[in-house]
Write a protein that binds this ligand. Structure first.
Ligand SMILES: Cc1cc2nc3c(=O)[nH]c(=O)nc-3n(C[C@H](O)[C@H](O)[C@H](O)COP(=O)(O)OP(=O)(O)OC[C@H]3O[C@@H](n4cnc5c(N)ncnc54)[C@H](O)[C@@H]3O)c2cc1C
Length: 286
């Protein structure tokens, strides 16, 4: 049964970092352990972490990405993309094992459809993959849940070295006939591309993909502009807001209070550059 948000959102959990690793040039993986009770969570949901640095406390949202849903719900994992000069990036990428965070949640409507869709389309760019990992693990664990469901993941990355969870997704693809994977490389294809590797963006060919707006469902996660572009195509295919759930990885509006004046033009330049790169060049999410 789904956790009732109103019952649990006020609880502040504490957790400490117990493991981390670099999983791509721009992405880190983190594993935390709750200092107390288990953390309620349904695959697809996110928590708000409160971090603390020399300028005080600040909050950032992160999707839980763990694929082990059985051994203990006192652990959670995050995959985090580096944002240059980002406050949480700085905190997380420099954190020592044992570092403590506070967190509240779970939040989010990006959940597996109930009842299952005939075809479930998952679209993500880069770390937008995070909420889909526990969902895929849940589908794999419960064969009845996928009885009538075909799941197609369209994942957008810049280059082969940014294809995170490659081994996990490839193994899932070979083991589960209900799972289909297409990866879109916006800047550079692998040296030996597979038939499910494509150059370009996750929107490529989406207007031709066999989809039924009545029976099928779509979940979109990651770069806000990608989410809008994909949603626009799905709308033109007859999908409505009830059959498409969108989670945009919008960044926090707050910046370092004491640096707002001095860095605002740099921040704007960074943002402009990201938007320009998305709009004209590689349309990925980081
Ligand atoms: C529901 C939700 C779930 C999320 N889940 C994840 C997740 O699982 N993994 C993950 O990596 N992130 C996730 N995010 C994004 C995350 O919350 C932070 O915004 C991100 O990590 C950047 O935080 P920061 O403190 O490092 O950067 P900030 O200090 O917030 O930003 C530094 C500067 O960079 C700009 N900036 C920040 N992010 C971007 C960006 N993406 N593109 C362009 N400019 C930017 C800011 O405007 C600011 O000027 C999620 C966001 C939401 C809303």
């Amino acid at each position: 049964m789904r956790a009732k948000e109103e019952d649990i959102l006020e609880i502040v959990h504490k957790a400490r970092l117990i493991e981390q690793s670099i999983i791509s040039p721009s992405t880190r993986w983190f594993r935390f352990e709750s200092a107390g009770a288990a953390l309620p969570f349904e695959p697809g949901q996110f928590y708000r972490l409160t971090l603390s640095d020399s300028e005080g406390e600040f909050e950032r949202s992160y999707s839980f990405s763990q694929t082990d849903l059985v051994s203990s719900d006192r652990f959670f994992e995050l995959i985090v993309s580096e944002v240059e000069g980002g406050r949480a990036t700085e905190w997380l990428f420099n954190a020592e094992l044992g570092a403590e965070v506070s967190l509240k949640g779970p939040y989010g409507r990006l959940l597996l459809p109930d009842p299952p869709a005939k075809k479930l389309l998952l679209v993500a760019t880069s770390v937008g993959l995070a909420p889909f990992l526990p969902m895929l693990a849940q589908l794999r664990a419960g064969p009845s849940a996928v009885e009538h469901t075909m799941v197609h993941l369209r994942l957008g990355v810049r280059s082969p070295d940014e294809f995170i969870y490659q081994a996990y997704l490839q193994e899932l693809k070979s083991a589960c006939n209900w799972f289909d994977l297409s990866v879109y490389f916006s800047r550079q294809l692998p040296v030996k591309p597979q038939h499910w590797h494509h150059s370009g963006y996750v929107t490529k060919g989406l207007d031709q993909e066999p989809l039924d707006p009545i029976m099928d469902r779509a979940l979109l996660c990651g770069n806000p502009m990608m989410v809008d572009d994909v949603y626009k195509i799905l709308r033109s295919r007859g999908f409505g807001p009830r059959s498409v759930v969108r989670e945009k990885y919008v960044f926090a509006s707050e910046t370092r209070a004491s640096k707002v004046q001095s860095t605002s033009s740099a921040d704007q330049a960074l943002l402009k550059d990201k938007i320009a790169r998305y709009a004209k060049g590689p349309k990925d999410n980081t």
